[in-house]
Write a protein that binds this ligand. Structure first.
Ligand code: PGA
Length: 242
């Protein structure tokens, strides 16, 4: 585990973008595993502004697979993760539209939707670099605290804590979908590199628990301690309890 300390959110975002850019430069046809949420917005912005727009980076050969998607939200809904990725990254760079993948939340058949997504990840050759945020309960993707680490893509019931955390993006709490399709912890662990970003004092407790506590499915991110190429980029506030 490598820890890179940044002074604040802006510096964390630039440092994470630099690591992603380095991956794409070293392997232009790589597979990037991407994440949604508040934390990666600055990272995507830095990739666009500091790398793509100045002509130092191209996504023309890159393939992307996203971690998760709400079950039941159409792609056109502005809270879908498909929509988020297009708004925050894909619409601003030269990635090919057919090279971006997000679990199909519009397919109500959970088993089929998850099997299809695992087949896509397999067909593209697995993930070279997986970007992750971390939930306050230690979730990665939508892998919530559980009694085991799920391996492949699966349908999850969101916890009350996650519904509460995500309601800020919806008109009301009732509008937050109750289920999601998410990549499994096994797929995340199979990524050749993992990069987790964390910012803010509200993440300090879970960062400490995940990376300096016991490895347990009760804290899903804790398994990253066992990944052979795991980098945590966090700001001083998120590292304040370490
Ligand atoms: P956040 O979400 O980046 O909005 O804090 C992180 C997550 O839930 O994975």
């Amino acid at each position: 585990m490598r820890i890179i300390k940044a002074k604040d959110y802006a510096e964390m975002s630039r440092k994470a973008a630099n690591i992603i850019a380095a991956q794409v430069i070293a392997k232009p046809d790589c597979v990037l595993g991407l994440a949604t949420g508040g934390t990666p917005v600055g990272t995507y912005k830095s990739l666009i502004e500091d790398w793509y727009k100045v002509g130092d980076l191209s996504f023309a050969e890159v393939t992307t697979v996203n971690l998760d998607e709400y079950r039941g939200l159409p792609r056109t809904n502005d809270q879908s993760y498909w929509y988020f990725m297009h708004e925050n990254l894909f619409n601003h760079v030269d990635v090919r539209p057919d090279a971006v993948h997000v679990p199909n939340g519009e397919n109500p058949d959970a088993e089929a939707a998850c099997a299809e997504y695992d087949a896509i990840i397999k067909a593209v050759g697995g993930v070279d670099l997986q970007l992750l945020g971390i939930g306050h309960d230690g979730h990665i993707g939508f892998n919530e605290p559980a009694d085991h680490f799920p391996v492949g893509t699966h349908c999850v019931d969101l916890t009350e804590e996650t519904i509460e955390a995500n309601k800020r993006f919806f008109a009301s709490r009732d509008d937050v979908p109750r289920q999601a399709y998410t990549m499994g912890v096994g797929t995340i662990m199979n990524a050749r590199k993992v990069l987790l970003i964390a910012s803010g004092a509200d993440k300090a407790e879970i960062v400490k628990k995940s990376f300096f506590g016991p490895v347990t499915p009760e804290v899903p991110a804790s398994i990253l301690q066992m990944h052979p190429d795991f980098t945590l980029v966090a700001d001083e506030a998120a590292l304040s309890l370490i």
